[in-house]
Design a binder for this molecule. Structure first.
Ligand code: BG6
Length: 484
């Protein structure tokens, strides 16, 4: 920050997202010197009647350092907590937001004495049902008083609606109050280290330029697995399901980065223009290219209806109708309560023509980016089996982050994204037309599922999900390779 003040206002300060993600991310930014106490103040706002100390007690236990960072000291924690002030009020009350504005202005006055520039970052750690009223209140009562030199930004997070229509309605409501440049729609997958590496890998390496197309690539898989169920969130989850929770946002964002054309430059608008074009080129999804599943026991959650058909697992094949990707299936797969926790991008190449080594049965070349856990990038390829015989074996060129970057602190997605909002960089945020295009792809399918026209197949928790999904993968052309 140059001169002036930055107020970060966490709305929904007593909720789960704030406790588990927002405050810990702010804590880590603070530890790295990005939130200097001389210029930053944090306000928590929520309905609960609490004191500052009550809020601090709630979040203290969650303030842990990011991976590889030095352990926190109790001084770090107490200095950080010192920045926080709590204000209580409801999400639609004029008085609440007037009080909030008064407290922010008081801080700004002490800080700036009318000379510095005031910046206000509102982080909505709230359910979207209250976004419109909260945004209206911010607009009415809490905008920066520094005119054009200061700024007011609003950070929101999914679910942005339930389908195209509700998402567009939400976008219009917020869009009437704020300019697109003030709205930061978080998809936290865009803040992950390896997701951010995708464009670098693709566009900074000669290796990939000539290969990254339908002539060489057979199929692409983008996979998300979790080895736990919807514990404690069943009621929420049941209204959305795995497609809205993971695929339509996180995995589709990753698909954009895998499939988009090279942007003119790294200007956020150019990048997002290219992402929109890919989304617009996706064909309608066919029912025969979808497998849905629901793990056994999901409906035991008392907040889940006994007759629920909501998928906790889905495999969906998307087809991009353009020159680069015609005919290449993009298989998006996500599931809860599976046998492992993993997220990865797997690009499988076609067989080598004229296979003189007869190595086809060992598997194909693959380029894999494992997003988590244990970030790594590896290429599966065929090499000579060391020894006297001329035989071949599958092996890997492996860039494992744990080995290569032992000392490097890998920031949490939320840290990076919050820092971007402070810096005013929208590259890793979802633009309104991008969101619309994403909903256009999935809405017809989601409506068919909501009407019960597609059934979720049961699967046992701790397994790979319904076997039908493996059959779909095979049909799409994926060939299981050995090892890894
Ligand atoms: C959230 C989903 O967006 O992402 C959760 O709502 C899911 O259901 C989570 O568990 C996964 O995030 P990560 O970063 O742990 O892969």
């Amino acid at each position: 920050l140059e001169c002036g003040s930055l107020s970060i206002i966490v709305l929904g300060a007593s909720g789960d997202l704030a406790k588990k993600k927002t405050f810990p991310a702010l804590f880590n930014l603070y530890r790295q010197g990005f939130l200097p106490p001389s210029e930053v103040h944090i306000f928590g706002y929520a309905r609960s009647k609490m004191t500052d100390d009550d809020l601090k007690d709630r979040i203290r236990g969650y303030l842990v350092p990011s991976k590889n960072a030095t352990p926190e000291t109790s001084e770090d924690v107490s200095n950080f907590l010192h920045l926080i002030q709590y204000v209580s009020g409801s999400y639609d009350s004029e008085e609440g937001f007037q009080l909030l504005d008064k407290e922010i202005s008081k801080y700004e006055y002490e800080q700036n004495r009318q000379e510095g520039i005031s910046r206000r970052l509102f982080y909505l750690a709230l359910p979207p049902s209250v976004y419109p009223s909260v945004c209206r209140m911010i607009k009415l009562h809490c905008m920066t008083k520094s005119g054009n030199v200061g700024w007011t930004r609003v950070v929101v997070e999914k679910p942005f609606g339930k389908d195209l229509e509700s998402a567009e309605q939400l976008s219009s409501q917020i869009g009437e109050l704020f300019d697109e440049s003030q709205i930061y729609r978080i998809d936290h997958y865009l803040g992950k280290e390896l997701v951010q590496n995708m464009l670098v890998m693709r566009f900074a390496n000669r290796f990939f330029l000539p290969l990254w197309n339908r002539d060489n690539i057979d199929n692409v898989q983008i996979v998300f697995r979790e080895d736990f169920g919807t514990e404690g969130r069943g009621g929420y989850f049941d209204q959305y399901g795995i497609i809205r929770d993971i695929i339509q946002n996180h995995l589709l964002q990753v698909l954009c980065l895998v499939a988009m054309e090279k942007p003119v430059s790294l200007t956020p608008e150019y990048i997002r223009d290219e992402k929109v074009k890919v989304l617009q080129a996706v064909n309608p999804i066919k029912d025969e290219e979808v497998v849905l599943g629901q793990y056994e026991g999901y409906r035991d959650d008392p907040t889940v209806p006994k007759t629920s058909n909501t998928p906790t697992f889905a495999t969906v094949v998307l087809r991009i109708h353009n020159e680069r990707w015609e005919g290449v299936p993009f298989i998006l797969k996500a599931g809860k309560a599976l046998n492992s926790r993993k997220a990865e991008i797997r690009v499988q190449f076609k067989d080598v023509p004229g296979d003189i080594f007869k190595c086809k049965k060992q598997g194909r070349n693959e380029f894999v980016m494992r997003l988590q856990p244990s970030e790594s990038i590896y290429m599966k390829l065929t090499v000579k089996q060391p020894g006297l015989e001329m035989s071949t074996v599958q092996s890997e060129l492996d860039l494992s982050y744990k080995q290569r970057y032992q000392e490097v602190v890998i920031p949490e997605a939320y840290e990076r994204l919050i820092l971007d909002t402070i810096r005013g960089d929208q590259q890793h945020f979802v633009r309104r037309d991008e969101l619309k295009a994403a909903w256009e792809i999935f809405t017809p399918l989601l409506h068919r599922i909501d009407k019960g026209q597609l059934k979720s197949l049961p699967y046992k928790p701790g397994t790979r999900g319904p076997v039908e999904a493996d059959a779909l993968l095979e049909k799409a052309g994926y060939v299981q390779t050995h090892g890894y």
